[in-house]
Design a protein around this ligand. Structure first.
Ligand code: BG6
Length: 299
């Protein structure tokens, strides 16, 4: 049993799954050990920043099911695994329990938790590499997430990864994403067609599933119905993925309420597709996202 500093405790969350609860003077957060999944982040002065489906399953086990919402970790492949239709969508990292390594305070206002996943018999079934993932969650006025992947094997290791963040918005139809205007993207809804930059903020007007081929250092989610903006700051990521299932796909998903598509937008910090990472033996890579909330300023 690890020592937990003031402002943090372990309890059983939905489905009886083990969960770290963090309460700081600035914010509160929940992190399930299953998937190392942050499911809740709420600054003291505002509403929850992350969307979590009311219909999400919370099923543990080796493997269990993915939690629908918060920040699922997609690793070591993104979406469907190339050449293996039987492999789980988005990899195994979100399906298994991670080890809680330590939790510490960083000054008065922040709590930092580290979780770890290393290769085991189950992961080797799909991914024949020795790896070590360390996920660091910093809860303060902002939410900091850092995924470090190390190649602990003897040969090169190629993989994809995403911090598949579900943001809560008042109404996705009135939400705008700023920061992607100059970026080329692959449009999965149009059969993976490569599309030129839109030269305008991105509004969501239908099913949206895009891989932007360059991740800007900052994306702003303007949410007029929620009367706030959310800042998403990326580092170590080549791609931004934007996803909203819209009406029909949401209806077809057992773990998403029929109307919940309107309350969420996924803006994902990623290295996927042609930007998959390759690490030499002993090499490591760190990807970060920092999430903060602000008002709606003039543009
Ligand atoms: C997105 C993908 O990141 O995740 C979509 O771009 C996918 O194609 C979505 O549908 C949800 O995936 P899942 O496996 O959680 O239902």
């Amino acid at each position: 049993m690890i020592a937990l500093p003031e402002g943090s405790r372990l309890d059983r969350g939905s489905g009886g799954l083990e969960r770290l609860v963090v309460e700081t003077p600035r914010a509160e957060a929940h992190v399930y050990l299953h998937g190392a999944q942050v499911t809740h982040f709420q600054p003291r002065t505002g509403r929850p920043v992350l969307f979590l489906s009311k219909k999400s399953g919370f099923v543990g086990g080796m493997p269990g099911k993915a939690i629908r919402g918060g920040v699922p970790i997609s690793f070591p492949w993104f979406a469907a695994k190339a050449g293996d239709a039987s492999a789980p969508s988005h990899g195994f990292a979100r399906l298994v329990a991670w080890e809680l390594v330590d939790v510490r305070r960083d000054g008065e206002e922040r709590v930092v938790a580290r979780l770890r996943l290393v290769a085991n018999d189950l992961t080797r079934r799909w991914f024949p590499h020795d790896f070590a993932c360390t996920f660091t969650v910093t809860v303060g006025g902002e939410l900091g997430l850092e995924l470090a992947v190390e190649n602990a094997g003897n040969g090169p290791m190629r993989f994809e990864q995403a911090l598949h963040t579900y943001f809560a918005v008042g109404d996705v139809r009135r939400t705008l994403l700023l920061g992607l205007e100059s970026k080329t993207y692959v449009d999965k809804v149009a059969g993976f067609a490569r599309k030129p930059p839109a030269a305008a903020p991105l509004g969501i007007e239908g099913e949206t599933d895009r891989i932007y081929l360059e991740a800007p250092p900052r994306i702003t989610i303007e949410d007029p119905v929620g009367a706030r903006s959310i800042r998403v700051e990326n580092a170590g990521a080549a791609n931004t993925v934007v996803w909203n299932p819209w009406i029909d796909k949401a209806k077809a998903m057992a773990d998403l309420g029929d109307d919940e598509w309107a309350e969420m937008i996924c803006v994902e910090t990623a290295n996927v597709g042609e930007d998959a990472l390759e690490l030499a033996a002993g090499g490591s890579h760190t990807m970060r996202v920092t999430i903060g909330v602000g008002g709606l300023g003039p543009r």
